[in-house]
Design a protein around this ligand. Structure first.
Ligand SMILES: Cc1cc2nc3c(=O)[nH]c(=O)nc-3n(C[C@H](O)[C@H](O)[C@H](O)COP(=O)(O)OP(=O)(O)OC[C@H]3O[C@@H](n4cnc5c(N)ncnc54)[C@H](O)[C@@H]3O)c2cc1C
Ligand code: SF4
Length: 323
């Protein structure tokens, strides 16, 4: 690991000023991803700014009946929060499906949103990777790509975003709050993560020096909250395919339904157009097939990950059978 300096600012303003003044600095939340990347010298920041002691560790109601989740709230605490368990079950379930108890005790809301891809070649600095070093090439395209994306890929990068929490936040239409010396911003989660395109190293719409302060959830949505994660082991494994769903149905007839998918793209994947025609449809296989056809429009496997296309179909059918 390369040597670095460390600072624990006393206020958000101090953290923002320091971050803005040192473009090569990184913020540190739980450190469960950043420190691994530093040990492998995939990331080599000269300075770390610890954002754990800035009072961003609260979950509070918002004026419109939603919830505000501080950037430093631990994944375990968020999953166990009574409001989250009661009204945002999809989020609690997604969080509990991620990583391990020990990791969830350290991992923060902001850090989880900003965790880097788990593409093997990104972590192996002896292998070309456009995300690590733009212009170098993509080892996964012709290599072992079982965990990689089938939707929204580019010739530059076929990595997936590995977060479970972010998939649930996408189905909930969460918003990300930030601050920097330039002011505050609110970014809809739909616009927060980016597709790789020709700049796979640019993963989010955050600007240089911006700190995530919170994530807000809108008022609770009626319906069954489901998170289905298919993975190689029952725990401690990243998603091959995951589905976050909120389905409001009465006697087998859908009133409204929304779905987001993980493990398949560079960002949590949601096709709102596939949801809008569902009111009045019956729960069951024909509906699952119709939604999957729209979600998978343009899907492409790269060999080892071709199985994700039928797996997404089967996962969606299982979710609709459970709803
Ligand atoms: C073995 C293992 C298995 C795992 N399995 C899963 C899994 O199944 N599902 C899953 O979703 N995740 C999984 N994870 C990933 C884990 O959830 C993430 O490492 C964790 O959520 C990252 O949060 P953190 O607070 O530790 O982030 P850090 O490592 O501290 O930071 C991550 C990034 O966020 C930035 N950052 C931190 N705070 C802020 C802020 N306030 N504003 C702006 N930027 C900030 C940092 O600069 C860094 O770039 C696994 C991790 C490991 C090691
Ligand atoms: S898929 Fe993306 S992260 Fe993986 S090797 Fe290719 S460029 Fe790097």
């Amino acid at each position: 690991m390369k040597a670095f300096t460390y600072e624990r600012p006393r206020s958000l303003q101090d953290a923002a000023s320091s971050f803005a003044a040192k473009p090569s600095a990184r913020l540190i939340g739980g450190g469960t991803n950043l420190l691994d990347l530093m040990k492998l010298e995939v990331e080599t920041p000269g300075h770390l700014i610890d954002v754990n002691h800035l009072g961003l560790d609260k979950v509070t109601p918002t004026e419109n009946g939603g919830l505000r989740i501080g950037a430093s709230v631990r994944n375990s605490d968020l999953a166990a929060d009574p409001q989250v368990r009661r009204h945002y079950g999809v989020l609690s379930r997604a969080l509990l499906s991620g990583a391990s108890g020990q990791l969830r005790n350290k991992a923060t809301t902001a850090g989880n949103l900003l965790q880097r891809t788990r593409c093997n070649y990104f972590y192996d600095i002896s292998k070309p990777c456009n995300k690590r070093t733009p212009g170098e090439g993509c080892s996964a395209l012709q290599g072992y790509n079982r965990m990689n994306a089938i939707l929204g890929t580019s010739e530059q990068c076929i990595a997936v975003h590995p977060s479970d929490m972010a998939v649930a936040m996408r189905v909930l239409d969460a918003q990300v709050e930030t601050m920097s010396p330039r002011g505050k911003r609110v970014i809809p989660i739909a616009d927060f993560h980016r597709l790789p395109g020709s700049t796979p190293q640019v993963e989010t719409s955050l600007q240089q020096g911006e700190i995530i302060t919170a994530v807000t959830l809108p008022p609770p949505l009626p319906g069954r909250h489901i998170y289905r994660k298919v993975r190689d082991r029952a725990s401690y494994a990243f998603a091959l395919v995951s589905v976050a769903a909120i389905v409001d149905a009465d006697g087998g007839t859908i009133r409204s339904a929304r779905f987001a998918f993980g493990g398949v793209a560079h960002k949590p994947w949601r096709v709102e157009g596939a949801e809008s025609a569902l009111a009045g449809a019956r729960l069951g296989d024909p509906t699952a097939r119709a939604v999957a056809d729209q979600v998978l429009a343009g899907a492409r496997g790269f060999g080892h990950n071709d199985f994700k296309i039928p797996l997404l179909r089967g996962s969606l059918a299982a979710v609709l059978a459970e709803a």
